[in-house]
Write a protein that binds this ligand. Structure first.
Ligand SMILES: Cc1cc2nc3c(=O)[nH]c(=O)nc-3n(C[C@H](O)[C@H](O)[C@H](O)COP(=O)(O)OP(=O)(O)OC[C@H]3O[C@@H](n4cnc5c(N)ncnc54)[C@H](O)[C@@H]3O)c2cc1C
Length: 509
């Protein structure tokens, strides 16, 4: 039995929601993965009379494809979609059976409007928590549009295919055999990359809001809920709901909840938002703010939304070290997410650039898989918490080099090493490596605000103790601001703070 009893029980509950027939074609050989895939699919057929299975020959073995009564859907799984991909399997089965996806009509219309043929392949690892969003987006596109096909390929199974493409970071999407996207992406990101414009007619002539929150992470969600609870006209606009917590596996410092996971907290945030009268505008990106009598928020698709006050909560993303080789070798051995890409470095030699909490956590994580991990820290001492440093000291396959300034990541098709300046001897030294994980912190998502309001030298929005920026009526909260500590609970608190300040501003102006 491939499914443990708890997962099987969960799956049984989901399969009760199937609305029509699902035909599975399985291409399997005699290897162990094929056998496990066959066992899983046979188990599915015993769990629902609507699922049937037949053997077939598909492009990859082992793999299986999904069809419904209308015919093939273009969805194929080359690998066993358990681990983080379990939800992708469940959603694919439900949607193929006819259950409506939780995507707005606009997005469905845009997906259906794609007239060119698109064959997508997404390379994933089962431990990657950024991969399911991409897999699910492309599966949905494949289901809704007969011009599109999508195959999820587990890099841990198709190791030669992945090696031949020098793929060392996931998710990694290929379109018609060419690299298309690497890293996390929402349906909106993928549609923008495919040049499918959104229909902004539903946003035209929309009445101005009292409070418009930009960002759907912990700070934005908290700000919107606080504003809505005052009974004022509130909107939340975001590229994706959840923000960085969607990249987080375990969360142990969300006080009052001993342990949760990023994806669970993200869906709890969305549920909480929906309890209130909040106009949610998802999958839209803001490109500019113009302060007139009202604040005008300009979207990348050209639409303009007006509001009396705005709260910016656009968060942050991984920072680059900006040395030669970093951009060229991204996904070819240069990685940022140890949870996602760690499995590609099993038995290999890797370095972690950065000796703060995220660098040391990454090193501890990677030490379980990699042959050896070297942590490079530019200053004299590691800056990670002492508890993490002592945990790291117990790992025999981690070494630390301090006073080491990374100057280049070397390699042609893939990473073969790293050069660093030994700041003590002033000598340039070389490390032979298969991978480099950059862990030097985060960069605020505020480039689009340059010239509109005051930013500090790190690009963070300068706020006062109430979350007010230097422009009246515009507030900011969370990781995009100059608050010194970037944490979920702090972002939520600052979202609430900025929201109460915005409400106060509305009363006085
Ligand atoms: C791997 C990882 C692990 C972490 N682990 C922990 C942990 O264990 N505990 C903890 O407390 N913290 C942790 N953090 C930090 C925590 O996730 C952040 O502090 C928190 O998410 C910040 O919330 P935020 O709302 O300010 O921003 P974000 O979570 O970054 O959300 C930003 C929002 O803005 C939207 N957005 C951005 N730009 C635009 C735009 N131009 N237009 C429209 N929308 C836009 C995004 O789509 C998103 O909705 C972790 C972070 C990472 C990356």
């Amino acid at each position: 039995m491939i499914l443990d009893p708890e997962i099987k029980q969960q799956l049984a509950g989901y399969l009760e929601l199937l609305e029509g027939k699902v035909f599975i074609k399985l291409s399997a050989g005699s290897d162990a993965v094929s056998q496990n895939m066959r066992d899983l699919l046979q188990e599915l057929t015993t769990m629902s009379p609507l699922i049937s299975l037949e053997e077939a020959v598909l492009d990859r073995t082992p793999s299986f494809s999904l069809a419904n009564e209308q015919g093939p859907t273009g969805i194929t799984f080359a690998g066993i979609p358990l681990g983080h991909e379990f939800t992708s399997l469940v959603l694919a089965l439900l949607q193929v059976s006819g259950r409506a996806p939780k995507v707005d009509d606009q997005t469905i219309k845009r997906i259906k409007s794609i007239s060119r043929k698109c064959d997508f392949i997404t390379y994933i690892s089962l431990s990657c928590n950024n991969c399911p969003e991409v897999v699910q987006a492309l599966n949905l596109m494949s289901l809704l549009n007969p011009n599109i096909t999508h195959t999820m390929v587990d890099g841990g199974v198709f190791t030669e295919e992945v090696a031949s493409k020098n793929i060392m970071a996931v998710p990694n999407v290929y379109l018609d055999g060419e690299p298309f996207n690497s890293g996390r992406a929402t349906i909106e990101d993928l549609l923008i990359k495919l040049n499918v414009q959104s229909d902004t007619s539903s946003l035209e002539n929309i009445e101005p809001f009292d409070v418009l929150v930009i960002g759907g992470g912990p700070a934005g969600t908290s700000a919107a809920i606080y504003a809505a609870r005052k009974g004022i006209r509130t909107a939340l606009l975001a590229e994706n709901l959840g923000g960085q917590i969607k990249e987080t596996v375990g969360i142990e410092n969300f006080i009052s909840i001993v342990y949760t996971e990023g994806s669970k907290l993200a869906s709890n945030l969305e549920e909480h938002l929906k309890e209130y009268d909040i106009h949610i505008i998802k999958m839209q990106r803001v490109k500019q703010l113009i302060k007139k009598d009202l604040v005008e928020v300009v979207l990348t698709n050209g639409a303009v939304i007006k509001s009396k006050t705005v709260i910016i909560a656009t968060g942050a993303r991984w920072r680059n070290i900006n040395v030669p080789g970093e951009t060229q070798l991204k996904t070819k051995g240069v990685a940022y997410c140890p949870h996602c890409d760690g499995p590609f470095f099993k038995g290999k030699r890797v370095a972690v650039v950065g000796g703060g909490n995220s660098g040391v956590e990454a090193a501890i994580d990677l030490a379980a898989l990699a042959e050896h991990v070297t942590v490079l820290q530019v200053s004299e001492k590691l800056s990670a918490d002492v508890i993490l440093q002592s945990r790291m000291a117990q790992k025999p396959n981690i070494s630390v080099i301090t006073n080491a300034k990374t100057t280049e990541i070397t390699g042609t098709d893939k990473v073969d090493g790293l050069n660093y300046l030994d700041c003590t001897s002033d000598e340039t030294k070389h490390l032979k490596l298969d991978g480099v994980f950059i862990q030097i912190g985060l960069r605020p998502n505020t480039e689009w605000l340059e010239g509109s309001l005051e930013l500090n030298k790190f690009g963070e929005i300068v706020v006062d103790k109430c979350g007010a920026t230097n422009v009246p009526g515009i507030f900011a909260a969370g990781d995009c601001t100059d608050c010194p500590y970037k944490q979920i609970i702090i972002s939520m608190g600052s979202g609430a703070n900025a929201s109460l300040a915005a409400c106060d501003y509305l009363i006085r102006n």
